[in-house]
Design a protein around this ligand. Structure first.
Ligand SMILES: CC(=O)N[C@H]1[C@@H](OP(=O)(O)OP(=O)(O)OC[C@H]2O[C@@H](n3ccc(=O)[nH]c3=O)[C@H](O)[C@@H]2O)O[C@H](CO)[C@@H](O)[C@@H]1O
Ligand SMILES: C=C(OP(=O)(O)O)C(=O)O
Length: 433
């Protein structure tokens, strides 16, 4: 029986021109869930996460946990773990290369086994994605680390981590992943570990909440440092995964480009980072609290905007491709500076194929609009690029064929059916080779 990620690839055909209207619920957060799955390896008691999204990445992470010693079971909206009876220190290449949180999961496993081997992480390949701060955290905790032939081996010289100090800042700002890696390395250690320049993204603060509820002493010094005093017994229990702010942003931008109005049920306006709210407002989106959620419209059509991505709570890099798609319909010149992943621009070529005037020069993305978009046969090369193309196709004349749905399924459980339920004309077909 093939794994879900080995099943047939799909194409989506989108016929543009219809405003989206109605109410839609938002899935649990992909990126928060993936970091919590890594943390789940530390629990000494059964742990249940609720509101987990059924996406390819959670399937892969569940498999990694099962193959390395945690007994993990995923069902619709629910993920349950129990500590295993024996740990296995090697994360298989074919799994570890599919997801981004491989190094984070490896850190948790390292504290369990004293040794771990893992492939360089996967996830989207839109530019180099370094892990030197993850490895530095492992070394600071007492590990000898070797990277050889695309595999990393870390071995704790004393068999378990010692309290440590680490700076998880990079020249692009705090590293989200390295902050969680450091937290998990510190969580079972007696004594205080200090993480300087921690990320304050919801992936980090939610993992911190889970650890604090499980008996770990977690103390924030403003936003400059995070101090962790570990516990040798980590409790289980039930913990809810917050809704996915990136799926919410994707739906909001789809509503805006289509000229419709969509209610994000259960997703508050405050669930969006401040930087995204500011960019939405500049671009003409109106977000109003309504019926325990958010009503989104773009009453006068999109407006040209200047924006720059950055670490939370700035404008998030994961919304940049979808926002770029909207700006193709804004009169004037828009500029987005991509400051987290300076060459995250795989969406720009296919947007040009639809007729958009968009260029990426290093980190600078320039869009001139509004342009008449005409349907084309295009390929999304990563998760948010694929959704940016679906968003653009909603505004294009004719029926676009969009390939690369594997990437979309990595992170969205039901985005396409949700868009169809809101009125988008789309079909999902099996791709013929
Ligand atoms: C700060 C930020 O916006 N992080 C994003 C990043 O998290 P993710 O955890 O994947 O990436 P990081 O936050 O670690 O990386 C931020 C930047 O720092 C660099 N870096 C990272 C680790 C390291 O050890 N050394 C190093 O130089 C990266 O190459 C990148 O340019 O991608 C995710 C998926 O798109 C997003 O959800 C996160 O919002
Ligand atoms: C790039 C993303 O994910 P990953 O880090 O899993 O590749 C994303 O969520 O936009």
């Amino acid at each position: 029986m093939p794994h879900v990620w080995q099943c047939h690839e799909h194409v989506v055909r989108v016929t543009g021109g219809r405003p989206l209207t109605g109410s839609v619920t938002v899935q649990g957060s992909k990126n928060i869930a993936l970091h919590l799955y890594a943390a789940a390896q530390l629990a000494d008691e059964p742990l249940t996460l609720t509101g987990t999204p059924e996406i390819l990445d959670t399937v892969v992470c569940t498999e990694i946990l099962n193959r390395t010693g945690t007994v993990a079971k995923a069902s619709t909206d629910r993920f349950e773990t129990m500590p295993g009876v024996g740990w296995h220190h090697a994360i298989p290449d074919d799994l570890g290369r599919r997801v981004r949180t491989t190094a984070v999961m490896a850190a948790a496993l390292l504290t369990r086994t004293g040794e771990v081997t893992f492939p360089l992480p996967g996830g989207d390949a839109f530019c180099p994605r370094y892990i030197d701060r993850h490895l530095a955290a492992m070394e600071a905790a007492g590990a000898t680390v070797d990277v050889n032939g695309g595999r990393v081996r870390a071995r704790l010289d004393r068999g378990k981590p010692a309290p440590f100090t680490i700076d998880t800042g990079t020249r692009w700002g705090p590293s989200l992943g390295a902050t969680v890696t450091a937290m998990l390395l510190a969580a079972r250690v007696h004594g205080t570990s200090t993480i300087f320049r921690p990320s304050i993204e919801p992936e980090v603060t939610t993992t911190a909440e889970l650890l604090a509820r499980s008996g770990v002493d977690v103390e924030w010094e403003g936003t400059t440092a995070l101090r962790i005093n570990g516990s040798d017994r980590i409790a289980g229990g039930t913990f809810a995964v917050p809704p996915d702010r990136m799926e919410a942003a994707t739906l909001a931008l789809a509503a805006a480009i289509s000229g419709g109005h969509v209610h994000l049920a259960g997703f508050p306006v405050s669930g969006f980072p401040d930087g995204l709210l500011a960019a939405f407002a500049d671009a003409g989106l109106e977000l109003v609290p309504a019926a325990e959620g958010t009503m989104v419209r773009c009453p006068g059509g999109p407006r040209a905007t200047l924006a720059a991505t950055g670490p939370h709570p700035d404008f998030p890099t994961d919304a940049q491709p979808q926002f770029t798609a909207l700006l193709t319909q804004a009169p004037g010149t828009s500029r987005i500076q991509e400051r987290v992943f300076p060459s995250r621009a795989t969406h720009t070529g296919p947007l040009r194929a639809l007729g958009a005037i968009v260029n990426a020069t290093g980190p600078a993305i320039t869009v001139r609009g509004p342009t008449r978009l005409i349907a084309a046969d295009i390929v999304g090369k990563d998760i948010r690029a694929a959704t940016a193309l679906v968003i653009a196709a909603l505004a294009a004349e004719g029926t676009s064929t969009i390939r690369g749905m594997y990437h979309l399924r990595r992170g969205y459980a039901g985005l396409l059916p949700k868009l169809a339920a809101l009125g988008a004309r789309l079909t999902i077909d099996e791709e013929t080779p």
